[in-house]
Write a protein that binds this ligand. Structure first.
Ligand SMILES: CC(C)(COP(=O)(O)OP(=O)(O)OC[C@H]1O[C@@H](n2cnc3c(N)ncnc32)[C@H](O)[C@@H]1OP(=O)(O)O)[C@@H](O)C(=O)NCCC(=O)NCCS
Length: 228
């Protein structure tokens, strides 16, 4: 088995390191742009910068896991790794329940006590946190982030890069637009357009989401985001 590097050595990196341990994947090191090279994080050394991922010689033949909260940045780095010949094995926690009929994309992680039901599809570089429910025949687009204990019911479409906050719920058959945000604990009862932020029960769109590679995450819009 080739060495596995975790991209991102922050709090999510430590969580993904635990997921790797639960799966018996030895971790060779972290790739991180903020921490000093050589720093030890939960017993694992920071061994490189993300510039390494742009060079096929530093990527081809290696395995990677993505531990970056920003949906755009995570999906961009995952795409770079794939284009340069690296592998991003889906990481599915042994204490999750995932129907055998589910398809799971490269770079996707499904953490402990998550449940993914019949016929759902999980895109590339998706993060599914503990205790999330994904209902039957729901489509989760590339680079989506599902925060802990959110409830995505059946036949929902979550377009790429959208963010569903902790303990939020999406009713059956709805669509959440690309880059949209559903706030913590909110209950979505109608479609949410691309790049809109909705909160409350029932959830109302109150602002543009305006997230990009440099936004802080999970899910705070940039300070410049226009509010209506
Ligand atoms: C929706 C969210 C992104 C808004 O962030 P923000 O733009 O910084 O919002 P603010 O904190 O400035 O709040 C703006 C207003 O919305 C309200 N609000 C914020 N989040 C809310 C929520 N989830 N539900 C209901 N109202 C909410 C605030 O009370 C405030 O109301 P006010 O203007 O009447 O005082 C954020 O509150 C949120 O829910 N983030 C998700 C966090 C999460 O799930 N993290 C996962 C951790 S793994």
């Amino acid at each position: 088995m080739s060495a596995l590097f975790i991209v991102g050595a922050g709090q999510m990196g430590r969580v993904i390191a635990d997921l790797c341990r639960a799966l018996g994947h030895p971790v060779a090191g972290f790739i991180d742009d903020a921490k000093p090279l050589g720093e030890i994080v939960d017993g694992i050394a920071v061994m490189g910068r993300t510039t390494r991922l742009e060079d096929p010689s530093g990527v081809a033949g290696y395995r990677f896991a993505l531990a970056i909260g920003n949906n755009h940045a995570r999906h961009r780095l995952g795409t770079t790794i794939r284009l340069n010949g690296g592998q991003l094995p889906p990481l599915i926690h042994p204490a999750s329940v995932v129907s055998p009929s589910v398809t799971v994309g490269s770079g996707a992680t499904i953490n402990a006590f998550a449940t993914v039901l019949t016929g759902a599809s999980i895109g590339d570089d998706v993060l599914i946190d503990p205790q999330v429910l994904v209902g039957n025949d729901t489509i989760v687009g590339d680079g989506v982030y599902l925060a802990p204990a959110c409830r995505i019911t059946s036949r929902v479409t979550l377009r790429q890069h959208c963010f569903i906050g902790v303990a939020a719920a999406v009713l059956p058959g709805l669509t959440v637009g690309a880059g949209a945000i559903l706030g913590a604990g909110s209950v979505l009862i109608g479609d949410l357009p691309d790049n809109r932020l909705a909160i409350g029960n029932p959830a109302r769109a109150i602002a543009d989401a305006n997230l990009d590679d440099h936004s802080s995450y999970p899910a705070s819009p940039r300070p410049t985001a226009p509010r209506s």
